[in-house]
Design a binder for this molecule. Structure first.
Ligand code: OGA
Ligand code: NI
Length: 343
């Protein structure tokens, strides 16, 4: 199958090929106005020695995770220059010839490297469904992989993943406290030293009929926290109280969303947020996404200290098994998270 990028370049595309026209944005998205502002977390406050500031940011995290499952992280300390170079290099990767890119695919069952030209999935009746997206996706922790082209790629990904790992650990310390747990509860229980990190680059070319196509359909992420940055072009939407919200990035911010393992660990206090990527007809959008999870062999279950007053709401499951079941779940099939829910 040709990449969406090739499809767009090879013809003067006036209308959407029918394979991609599966969606309708009937549930129109809303841009959060002043009456609903999206949560913003100031990362620098987590290192504050002022107890009031620290208490405030823990409270902000509690609200953001409890109400939205999403926040914009500012003052995170990851250099803008690193991020700009990373976008440039990812763009260069997608510009390479198709055959060249596909050489980087590996089928390591635990840590595959995927280069997808156009993404597909099957719906429940086994019909193929195509999305308006090309992507590259590989593990960067606990084992580090990265294509060795373009030249700088591996160094940049290594540095960015290291820095996001540090930010992730610190955020999870704050989130631990926001749940009334010891500061290091989550990092110990989830074995974060060997935590799973994936690097995904999504490439969404301009689409002739954006309202009938979708970049990524509604889903939740499998890990604890997902980090997302974009090349100045929007497209991420999150669900909140039954409505879809289009999120506009603050300068130099990172979008962070909660994932399924945090929902399980918090025994349902922090729900994994539903989100999707919509496409546009003007500009190519690139999003760089880092899902951060427990170590591959962690068996995730609700945190024991949270079960003193409430019964466990989820059955335990090995994380890697969870990821594999989620990967093979079809569109509109009951998500694995729902199958783990106890009554
Ligand atoms: C994802 C994802 C959204 C986006 O890669 O899991 O939700 O805006 N991406 O690219
Ligand atoms: Ni996602």
């Amino acid at each position: 199958m040709p990449s969406v990028k090739t499809l767009v370049q090879s013809q003067d595309l006036k209308s959407l090929p029918s394979d991609y026209a599966h969606f309708s944005n009937s549930d129109k998205s809303t841009v959060a106005g002043p009456e609903v502002s999206l949560p913003v977390i100031d990362f620098s406050l987590l290192s504050s020695t002022n107890p009031d500031e620290r208490a405030k940011v823990i409270q902000d995290l509690r609200n953001a995770c409890g109400e939205w499952g999403f926040f914009m992280l500012v003052n995170h300390g990851i250099p803008e220059n690193l991020i700009n170079r990373l976008f440039k290099t990812c763009n260069d990767f997608f510009d390479m010839p198709e055959e060249e890119k596909l050489k980087f695919e590996t089928t390591n069952p635990r840590f595959p490297v995927m280069v997808r030209s156009g993404s597909t999935t099957c719906d429940v009746s086994n019909q193929k469904v195509l999305f308006w997206r090309d992507y590259l996706r590989f593990f960067v922790h606990p084992e580090f992989y990265c294509p060795n082209k373009p030249t700088e790629f591996s160094d940049l990904v290594s540095e960015y993943s290291q820095r996001t790992r540090d930010v992730n650990r610190k955020l999870l310390q704050g989130i631990s406290q926001s749940l009334g747990l010891e500061e290091d509860y989550i990092e110990k229980a989830m074995d974060l030293k060997s935590g799973t990190q994936i690097f995904a680059a999504n490439y969404y070319p301009p689409c002739p009929q954006p309202e009938s196509a979708i970049g990524i359909p509604p889903h939740t992420d499998h890990g604890l926290l997902t980090f997302l940055i974009q090349n100045g072009v929007g497209g991420l939407e999150i669900q909140h109280k039954g409505k879809w919200f289009y999120v506009n990035a603050l300068p130099n911010s990172i979008f962070i969303n909660t994932g399924d393992q945090l929902e399980i660990l918090s025994n349902g206090k922090y729900k994994s947020v539903w989100h999707r990527a919509v496409v546009n007809n003007k500009k190519t959008r690139i999003s760089l996404v880092i899902p951060n999870g427990p170590s591959p062999d962690t068996i995730v279950s609700p945190a024991a200290p949270l079960l003193r007053e409430t019964p466990a709401a989820y059955a335990p499951m090995n994380y890697m098994e969870y990821v594999n079941v989620q990967r093979t779940t079809r569109l509109n099939e009951k998500p694995i998270l729902d199958r783990l829910k106890l009554h």
